[in-house]
Design a protein around this ligand. Sequence first.
Ligand SMILES: Cc1cc2nc3c(=O)[nH]c(=O)nc-3n(C[C@H](O)[C@H](O)[C@H](O)COP(=O)(O)O)c2cc1C
Length: 198
Amino acid sequence: MSAQPLTRPTIPPETPTVDLRRAFGRAASSTWVVTGSGERGPVGFTAISIVSVSVSPPLVSFNISKTSSSLVTIAQSGRAALHLLAEDQELLAQRFARDRTKRFVDDGAWAYDDHGLPTIHGAAARLVTRVHDLVDAGDSFLAVVRVEHAVTSERRPLVHHAGGYRPLGGAGGTLHDATGFPDGAARPTLTHPTTAGA
Ligand SMILES: Cc1cc2nc3c(=O)[nH]c(=O)nc-3n(C[C@H](O)[C@H](O)[C@H](O)COP(=O)(O)O)c2cc1C
């Protein structure tokens, strides 16, 4: 069989942006705050575009709008800290998406780390990264960053879905692993058909 030529998927130019937004609004995403710092002081913004790209080397990506007030600082310093917000941190998610002059008020919610990067206290996870690549992508740059250091806690993440923030849900329910079996449960023994009964 001959290989089929790869073709680019076509998106009709008339696809309304609002339909795209509505489609992605159906997705459930984890909620992060990206921070950086430079001559202009601390910068940061709420983001749901964080994606794990590669384990070795450890690369992660996020989108940063070309109009973002954080862009120049993160691009010039080459550093960013990524915080996975915990389920009780909705107010921080709102704060880092709104008035930029109020994001780094001195209220104890954050502090500088040893690298001079703002740390959001109480996050479910924190990744300290270096910028690996900034790829021009429409109205954003796709920032590919290399993880230097990762800290995680047992805290549950804040989920963004259908335009709102929600806890993960299922509290008290059974956690299932990726195979669908309850976490920690004994798995049934799988028997190959040709060896069954042998
Ligand atoms: C739920 C949510 C997710 C967002 N995700 C991103 C994102 O992935 N990348 C981005 O650049 N801005 C994202 N934003 C917008 C930023 O949080 C911020 O509001 C915007 O960049 C304007 O920031 P500025 O005032 O510092 O320029 C998101 C906003 C919300 C409410």
